[in-house]
Design a protein around this ligand. Structure first.
Ligand code: IMP
Length: 489
């Protein structure tokens, strides 16, 4: 790691703040990148998302910790903030903090929570399931953590906020009664239609009791995070701003309505932390070589079919386990891919297994897409990243060539290089592709760009030229140190 850190230092030192965002539809490996850059920062703030997102971290003690709400930086013991742009679920936070405590042998850094973040109640998931039920076939297929409801109630100005837990109890109860009254007609409808039972819906008193019982556990950590972050920034401290999900899932810039509800673009960093926009202009966008998507919604470069991909992975867990079965499967499929006889299903299956592209908790497969330059140019237009971090580049090792999406056509017209159609028409675009040669060598042991095989170097340079942004990090394998740093790019 020493060599990696000394190269990284050259890139990161001039940037006192760094915003990390995702480029496609999430699961790009932001966690790994944050884990890598965190040692160069004094604090890390999650500015978006909520319990729906997930990242697996390996701590110094080599223990596994799966985080949802707590920023990835926690493993490096730098000060953590759950900023105002993050939706807060108290019970999950307490459980997650206990897990982190165990994984780090009690050596947790301070973890501060914003006093004005929207607060989850047991009514939120019921309301979310109602909306999904009403949407029927058009449902979003959310993560079930009520992110949309947390955001929606906040926008309707009826949400409970974290700090409300510490106001006069009678005021808190009054707020809960308002929220309950707004939700109740829908709950009654659900009971009438037999979707839930009456006893599934707790009344305001029960919810107050439930929340107030847990509140003391966080009381000392609930603050105005914007004030604390702003002070750190003014004192010249270095702050990492951790995004959640990715632009494709942003409510305004993603594929609405098949999106999450937090701000996933770089603009969300200022909105979610209260730091001024000028403090959030150093942006690193993370993209994996082959995009993936879970849940519903358009995915222009998708190789196969979302539902089928999800179910196929669920049905074949044995292929995702290290060993002979997996190796034989991969060998056979790769031979077909290189002979040009693989079907889209086989192409997707090969990459799903190779990259273990499935949800950590659900086991559902993540549907695979081709590298999509049109989408990435759009992402660059919206976020203007200074750097790109390319993850899972090793997935193309051994593949003779891959189709790269270089443009979209709609109604017979080729779209401008960074143009994006309405999301409801994105499913209709015809993708324009080019065949890009890959390389046959294993790149997992490569330590620098120069050590990469010539085909891999060419691929990266070609990507960089097409996107106009330097690729400074290249992931070459699953291990923590399997990454190439390119300080001079
Ligand atoms: P929600 O965030 O639970 O409302 O889910 C909305 C959409 O975003 C669904 O299609 C989810 O599958 C997707 N989504 C939410 N969080 C993640 C994530 O961390 N990775 C990938 N997809 C996500």
């Amino acid at each position: 790691m020493t060599r990696i850190y000394s190269r990284l230092e050259k890139i990161l030192l001039p940037f006192k703040t760094l915003v990390i965002i995702g480029s496609y539809w999430g699961d790009e490996g932001k966690g790994k990148i944050i884990d890598l850059v965190a040692p160069f920062y004094d604090a890390v703030a999650r500015f978006s998302g909520g319990a729906g997102a997930g990242h697996t971290l390996i701590t110094e003690l080599l223990r596994k910790f799966i985080g949802h709400l707590i920023p990835c930086g926690v493993a490096h013991k730098i000060m953590c903030f759950l900023a105002r742009g993050e939706f807060f679920d108290l019970a999950r936070f307490i459980a997650e903090k206990a897990d982190a405590f165990r994984a780090m042998d009690g050596k947790l850094p301070p973890i501060r929570i914003d006093r004005q973040s929207p607060l989850w109640t047991p009514w939120h998931p019921i309301y979310e399931s109602y909306i999904e039920y009403v949407m029927g076939k058009k449902k979003v297929r959310t993560t079930g953590k009520a992110i949309g409801i947390l955001s929606g109630f906040a926008k309707l100005r009826i949400s409970l906020l974290v700090g409300h837990l510490f106001m006069d109890e009678k005021d808190l109860r009054a707020l809960l009664r308002i929220l309950y009254k707004v939700c109740k007609p829908n709950f009654d409808q659900m009971i009438e239609e037999g979707i839930i039972r009456k006893r599934d819906v707790p009344g305001p008193d029960k919810v107050a009791k439930y929340l107030l019982k847990m509140a003391p556990e966080i009381k000392d950590d609930v603050i105005d995070t914007s004030w604390a972050l702003s002070n750190l920034w003014k004192r010249g401290k270095r702050i990492l701003l951790e995004g959640a999900q990715a632009i494709g899932l942003d409510p305004q810039w993603g594929t609405y309505p098949y999106v999450t509800s937090g701000n996933c673009t770089a603009a969300g960093a200022a909105l979610g932390t209260g730091l001024p926009p000028e403090a959030t202009t150093n942006i690193m966008a993370v993209f994996k070589i082959l995009p993936t998507r879970v849940g519903a919604g358009p995915f222009p470069s998708e190789v196969w079919d979302r539902d089928k991909a999800e179910r196929w992975a669920e049905k074949h867990p044995e292929l995702f386990e290290e060993g002979r079965t997996r190796n034989r499967f991969l060998e056979k499929k790769l031979a077909k891919i290189n002979a040009g006889t693989a079907t889209p299903a086989e192409l997707c299956q090969y990459f799903m297994v190779l990259g273990d592209e499935r949800g950590a908790t659900t086991g559902r497969g993540r549907s695979i897409g081709l590298p999509d330059l049109q989408w990435l140019r759009y992402m660059i237009r919206i976020n203007k990243p200074k750097f790109l971090a390319l993850t899972r580049f090793d997935m193309l090792s051994g593949v003779r060539s891959i189709q790269v999406v270089t443009g979209y056509k709609l109604d017979g017209r080729r779209l401008k290089p960074d143009e994006m159609p309405e999301p409801w028409r994105l499913g209709e675009v015809e993708v324009i592709t080019q065949t890009w040669r890959c390389w046959s060598e294993d790149i997992s042991g490569c330590d620098s760009f120069d050590e990469l095989p010539e085909g891999a170097q060419r691929f990266i340079k070609r990507l960089e030229k097409a996107l106009g942004v330097p690729i400074v990090l290249v992931g070459t394998g699953a291990e923590r140190d399997a990454v190439i740093v390119r300080p001079t790019a």
